[in-house]
Design a protein around this ligand. Sequence first.
Ligand code: FAD
Length: 467
Amino acid sequence: MSQFDVAIIGSGPGGYVAAIRCAQLGFKTAIIEKYSVLGGTCLNVGCIPSKALLASSHHYHDALAHFEEHGIEVGKVKLNLEKMIGRKQAVVDQTTGGIKFLMDKNKITVFEGIGSFEDATHVKVTKNDGSSETIEAKYSIIATGSKPSNLPFITLDKERVITSTEALKLNEVPKHLVIIGGGVIGIELGQVYLRLGAQVSVVEFMDRIIPGMDASLSKELTKVLKKQGMKFYTSHKVKSVNRKGKAVTVEAETPKGEILSLEGDYCLVSVGRRPYTDGLNADKAGVKVTDRGQIEVNDHLQTTASNIYAIGDVVRGAMLAHKAEEEGVMVAEILAGQKPHIDYNLIPGVVYTWPEVAAVGKTEEQLKEEGVAFKSGSFPFKALGRARAGGDTDGFVKILADAKTDEVLGVHMIGPRCADLIAEAVTAMEFRASAEDISRMSHAHPTFAEAIKEAALAATDNRALHV
Ligand code: FAD
């Protein structure tokens, strides 16, 4: 029987990063993945393919709607969806191939098959052909991720009533795509198909889209997407989804108690994701799974079996690739006797629409609820030379700082390249910067990042320079 120091179940961003860090720290490491391709949700059907389609559809839309204002005449712009989806797959293949290379480079043994516990130190790997082998591991890390969730009354036929996985490989642009759920995944994929010419309607149970983020971001994103043609039905409770031939009818209860009926040709169900532990036999190892299906862990990500840890989407907290990666590194370092730490308050959240939305730290709503006295400074991108030069003037940066100490407590932004700009806010907050600290740093001109400096100036003493 093969023996390892650490066996990792699942090769998503949590699992493969944990494997690399374990190998760097000198552990004999195995990774078990049920699919033949490594990389998990993020690389195969999540972050990477969705960003590839967002990029391609953005280029298409720019060619259609914005080239002319820049003085570029291209004649008739034509969409080749098959090629666009093919390119996305090539990006995915290249990226997942890179993970295989990293496993080999770090001498990590890869097992293809379903990993299930026989007990706390033995994991059985069952291959596609039914054959199996058992490995022994001193420590295990569960990184089995998540799957799309559903509402109990919806039948996902995966042709017309689909999840994000199918939405990444449609062979036609929907005429009318009805999206159930106005969270990050629904809104990103909605913008892809909106740009490609679909009518897009979003039905959301809560009173706003991207409900976990600062309300000012939801408001601005709704405004911009409405301008781009997306339709929103917030505070609507979906009651039924029925498919007849190519037509899908979604019925939802309006805030007034009436029934709204939307007829589309595709319905994307994006109502969140559920932790995935099917086939793991967690109980055989003494690992407790909570009522919500998550693996129960303590502050060190240790499960109820002391030699087994769990990370990523399968445990509590934000379902984000970079959160899973941080946890993978943390567990590897704990196993090596180090004392790593993750500040969960400083895990940024991003929506990769255009304009991009990004945030870190506390929202205004959270600070009010916690009774923290704070001040706020905002700066609109339309007042920035760089934004006007590029024609990307929607959005703003908002900085929330402690009323007494001036420490930055939250940064919320919507606008061009905010997905990258948020890293400055994370750095500042990691070092417990004050708004004034940021406002006194030189920011290159003309850059989008100047909006952060200006918002910090606004938060410091209401002394933004360019508004
Ligand atoms: P996963 O990536 O889900 O990997 C788990 C792996 O474990 C899978 O490969 C699975 O096959 C394997 N597995 C499960 N059970 C077993 C078993 N018993 N034996 C062997 N293998 C098993 N996050 C971001 O941060 N940024 C984004 O832009 C972003 N975009 C997204 C877009 C979409 C459309 C979706 C669906 C998700 C997106 N996410 C994004 C979320 C991100 O994909 C997840 O947070 C991330 O993949 C979680 O990583 P993980 O390692 O915990 O699990």
